[in-house]
Design a protein around this ligand. Structure first.
Ligand code: BGC
Length: 731
């Protein structure tokens, strides 16, 4: 057993010992055979004990101080020892939702990317692929061969502490972005994962609540996001969630794991439990769980072996678990291209990629009286206020936390970030803005004393207030308000300076009682290590804004299906292990059903603060000439840049299904980024997603196209769809 040691910052840690035997002559090393065939050839050689060894990890390791760390573990969130004599490598898993986690403890460097919710605002599969490639590249360099990121739980609850590591409220957008992210990870021969399957849409009571939802609503919302993500990304793993779904734990839910995921989606990889999310041996194994993580809590080790010997779990089911693991290792290439640790992450390449993604992710929500872009040649004074904008940008916490190079920029201390700590990364907006406007006086005020902030705002031509909403795993916020006195700060500054711009660094939507009193609003999310440079490039017009919201921003909580986070007020009780937890409760997802986000708002006739799909730029666009294929396979439309600057517009296509669907809202069915010079027009054909035009037919237990008239809309946001066309499906 090894102890975690801290070496030099940015240095190279000791490589874990290799367990590769020379198996080059073995039949399963023939790369021309299919991954399934190769897996079968290995399984034929395996003993029962070896099979059992592969279906559970070795424990909490580095995640829990004092836990043993196996010698060959690479200090990640999980470790599954391989089978040395057969040349099957260890699986070293690392949390890596927005960059590789826990790098500091091993003296490694990792790139913090913008939050995945931010990246989803790009509506750009290429950006998502790049995102995943950065993660895959850095995991490989650090000796990991599996990423556990790929969060795609839909934003049913905008106060969810983990929204920043998911991809918004729409199944098509979230599924597409997550699918391409996984593709990017796996392009580096690192196995990808999609999580948390399913309906882990809030953190409050995640270990105990049951998400109550009928099958149709489930298949047309969160499960559809998983389906699309899996179709595109073919992840090696699906991580089942902590919570129950319709009363049954996700990790032993046969409907979720076998009927839907494996039989209907055709998922070929393996299901791994969330960390200590396994609750049984026989039930879980028969329901479709393939691996207990992070270790054998008494279910998939000795107990599973005994269950197989007793015939309670057929050996063929154990073989299926092992087959799924091995075939994924062959398919992604972790056996043919084993990781070669001891390589160093290139931080400059990482930062450049992170900046490029951030430039496509930061959303311009309001820009009155041409406040932006700032003119570097004429502006004389800018007052920056709040959120440590002198030193850094905010990141999200929990298992998605990446360690800041050099430590927390706002609160330097040795080692990695603590759980729930508010961590700023060293990407200084003050420095980047000064670089763009070297002649201007650019000041910074911490924003902690409102009178001092007002005084500094009064002295400047433009005041930029940075506001923040730190979010982290295991905790939801009880409100959508900005924490602390930030609303009062913005209101006071706006009163003192008519040219006030607010930059939001939030995990998800927030309310903005001051929205009418400021000239500009930017949603920067958690923008990553290149965040300040990206923001400055956008503020000064070096880069045009193109991002659009991946989630609705409500006016207030009363507009939500659940005005209060369900269960948040339940008193804590003592759990089995003595820890305090909420008693089991139900979250009623049938209330909104498949009407998540903008669909809920439309069906209830509610007007949000900012709608899904909304975002401004420094130019303007006009839409015309929508037509749709006879079978609804694609839509063709023309977008024109009617302004003075080049830009990229995201064209959005929605559909209202035939009356027989019973639906009273639009669904996003296609989208595309279109880059245009001033005055230029482009006619684009956008593929419409078949699944998004389908409903779940319970009798047929399948997604089907129903006959009738489909009305297709297109435009710049969910709330503005000037073009309309129809197509019909005959009975
Ligand atoms: C989280 C997972 C994470 C795992 C390992 C769990 O608590 O829900 O998302 O991958 O821990 O850190």
């Amino acid at each position: 057993m090894l102890a975690v040691s801290a070496c030099l910052a940015f240095g190279v840690s000791a490589a874990p010992a290799s367990n590769q035997a020379d198996v080059s002559g073995q039949p399963w090393m023939n790369a021309s055979l299919s991954p399934d065939r190769r897996a079968d050839l290995v399984i034929k050689q395996m003993t029962l004990d070896e099979k059992i060894q592969l279906v559970h990890g070795t424990g909490w390791g580095v995640l829990t101080p004092g836990s043993p760390i196996p010698e060959r573990s690479n200090f990640g969130a999980g470790y599954v020892p391989g089978i040395e004599r057969l040349g099957i490598p260890d699986i070293n898993l690392a949390d890596s939702a927005v960059g590789v986690r826990m790098a500091a403890y091993q003296s490694r460097y990792a790139t913090l990317l913008p939050s995945t919710l931010g990246a989803a605002s790009s509506w750009d599969p290429e950006a998502a692929f790049l995102y995943g490639s950065v993660i895959g590249r850095e995991l490989r360099a650090q000796g990991f061969n599996m990423s556990i990121g790929g969060g795609v739980d839909l934003m049913r609850e905008p106060r969810n502490g983990r929204n920043f590591e998911y991809a918004g409220e729409d199944p098509l957008l979230a599924g597409t972005m997550t699918g391409y992210l996984i593709k990017g990870v796996q392009s580096q021969h690192v196995m990808g994962d999609i999580k948390h399957y399913a309906f882990n849409d809030q953190e409050t009571g995640r270990m105990v609540y049951s998400a109550e939802i009928d099958k149709r609503a489930a298949r047309e919302s969160d499960l559809l996001a998983f389906q699309i993500g899996i179709d595109i990304g073919h992840p090696a793993g699906v991580m089942c969630a902590y919570n129950r779904v319709n009363g049954v734990y996700s990790c032993e839910n046969p409907w979720l794991l076998t009927d839907v995921l494996k039989d209907d989606f055709g998922f070929k990889g393996w299901v791994l439990s969330d960390w200590s999310g396994t609750h049984s041996t026989v039930e879980a194994a028969l329901a479709g769980l393939d691996m207990e993580m992070p270790g054998d809590d008494g279910y998939f080790g000795k107990a599973l072996k005994q269950a197989v010997l007793d015939g309670k779990v057929p050996e063929s089911r154990l073989d299926d678990m092992v087959h799924r693991i091995l075939r994924s290792m062959f398919a992604v290439g972790v056996i043919d291209h084993p990781v070669m640790p001891r390589r160093v992450v290139n931080p400059f390449r990482g930062r450049r990629d992170a900046r490029r993604i951030a430039e496509k992710s930061i959303v311009l929500l309001k820009n009155e009286k041409q406040l932006l872009p700032l003119d570097a040649s004429s502006i004389q004074s800018i007052a920056l206020i709040g959120s440590h904008a002198d030193v850094g940008v905010l990141s999200g916490g929990g298992s998605a936390q990446v360690d800041a190079p050099g430590g927390n920029a706002a609160d330097p201390h040795a080692g990695g970030a603590g759980w729930g700590e508010t961590v700023y990364f060293p990407s200084s907006p003050l420095r980047s803005i000064r670089k763009h406007a070297p002649e201007a006086t650019v000041t910074f005020d911490a924003g902690t004393d409102i009178a001092a902030a007002v005084a500094s705002a009064k002295k400047a031509q433009v005041a930029i207030v940075f506001v923040n909403q730190p979010m982290y795993e295991s905790k939801d916020r009880s409100t959508l308000s900005l924490p602390g006195k930030q609303n009062a700060l913005v209101s006071a500054v706006a009163k003192a300076n008519p040219h006030t711009l607010v930059v939001l660094e939030t995990g998800g939507p927030v309310t903005m009682p001051w929205a009418n009193r400021v000239e500009g609003i930017i949603e920067a999310w958690y923008p990553g290590i290149g965040g300040a440079q990206a923001l400055a490039n956008l503020l000064f017009g070096k880069v045009n804004f193109s991002a659009k919201l991946p989630a609705t921003f409500p006016r207030d909580e009363s507009q939500l299906p659940h005005p209060q986070v369900t269960g948040i007020d339940l008193p804590m009780v003592e759990g089995k292990d003595g820890s305090k937890m909420r008693p089991p409760f139900e979250v009623d997802y049938n209330k909104a059903g498949a009407r998540v986000g903008y669909k809920w708002f439309e069906s209830k006739g509610l007007e949000p603060l900012f709608p899904f799909g909304f975002g401004l730029s420094y130019t303007s666009y006009a839409y015309s000439d929508l037509s749709v294929d006879a079978d609804g396979g694609s839509a063709t439309l023309t977008v024109k840049n009617t302004g003075q600057r080049a830009g990229t517009e995201i064209a959005e296509v929605y559909a209202v299904l035939p009356k027989a669907s019973g639906e009273d809202y639009k669904r996003l069915v296609g989208f595309q980024r279109v880059t245009l010079d001033p005055g230029q027009s482009k006619t684009v054909t956008i593929a419409l997603n078949k699944l998004c035009l389908s409903i779940y037919d319970a009798k047929k237990d399948a997604m089907v196209h129903i006959p009738g008239i489909y009305t297709v809309y297109a435009g710049p946001s969910s709330a503005k769809t000037p073009l309309k066309a129809t197509f019909a499906i005959k009975p």
